[in-house]
Design a protein around this ligand. Sequence first.
Ligand code: FDP
Length: 388
Amino acid sequence: MEPERPPLPPGGGGFLVPSRGIVRVRGWPGPPIRASCLVMAEQHLSVGPGGPSYHGTTLEQHIQLSQRQHPEATGDLTGLFAQISLAAKIISSQVSKAGLANVLGLTGETNVQGEEVKKLDVFANEVLVRCVQQGGYVCVMGSEEVADPIAVSPEYPRGKYVLQFDPLDGSGNIDINASIGTIFSIHRRVSTGPGAGTLADCLQAGSRIVASGYVIYGSSNMFVYSSGDGVHGFTFDPAIGEFFLSHENMKIPERGDTYSVNEGNYHKWDEGVQQWVDWVKKPSDERKAYRLRYIGAMVADLHRTLLRGGIFAYPADRKNTSGKLRLLYEASPFAFLVEQAGGAAVDGSSKEGGRILDIQPTELHQRTPLYIGSKADVADAVRFVAPE
Ligand code: FDP
């Protein structure tokens, strides 16, 4: 038989009184709570007479709050984020058990980029398309995995936003259990009429991005986004199934101490790029040698760069004459985030840098060279790599 619970004190009340590893909650009718549980819980959980209740800001609450600052906002962006975060949770659950769920390995097909398609790439793409189109907030989508714009199926309403994404970036890392991620950007529709969006909706410069973000599936999973009002990071609590604000207003240091580039391509680079890398890793009287960090998954390399500073680069080379990374699905979304965090992102095409967000795309799967990170580190790279 359940022991009889003590009556609640008048007016509720309930606060924590820790003693010898046990936390007694005044007014809490249940059994004592272990203090160790509370260390974690304190972040977003408090226990009151009515039982546990959650505090701390969730991703959706954060977006709602920022939308309230804009009286003209309709709530559609909040709705779209809810669909993206739902897709991220589904993808992350599959990624975390990938070795068990028979989703590792290749499908046997090649994608529009001529790369071998992984089963998880296909899964992640499907999940995003399905979750997002059901929400009714977009008129068209663009995916790194799909050759043409993805029209929203006629059975769903067409919204005013355009979503472009790389469903699973760094997929070379899937089978070895290293960090991977999802990258996305959101633009407003430019085409008119009630029908599905068009290619013109997708081919918009990064300077017109309304919001962008990424989800990193790593030792913990995080959702990082900006809607033009700083960059905010949310950590996933799997026990609750929510992303909670953990990194508010992320700022990239003015200068870092690491460079991140696939140096195996050295023999294919122009002299300027080679000279930059030679310089950056060589100590002198004025400066220390930079440390090399390269995971080979852009989301993971840029997550570290955002937090710690430094530079990530994927230059053009003799094989990839326009670089390897996709403007719409990788470079622009990250350029928006990094600029919002106080950093810089350029293609190195001129002494001014060649701002990524100013590039007007002409093709859906256009590639671009990329130098991105701390402002001072990007400026140093430009001195070497930009043509005379
Ligand atoms: P992946 O091909 O594994 O999906 O553009 C995709 C990307 O990874 C980036 O995430 C990563 O930064 C880069 O390519 C790695 O390319 P290299 O293997 O050529 O270094």
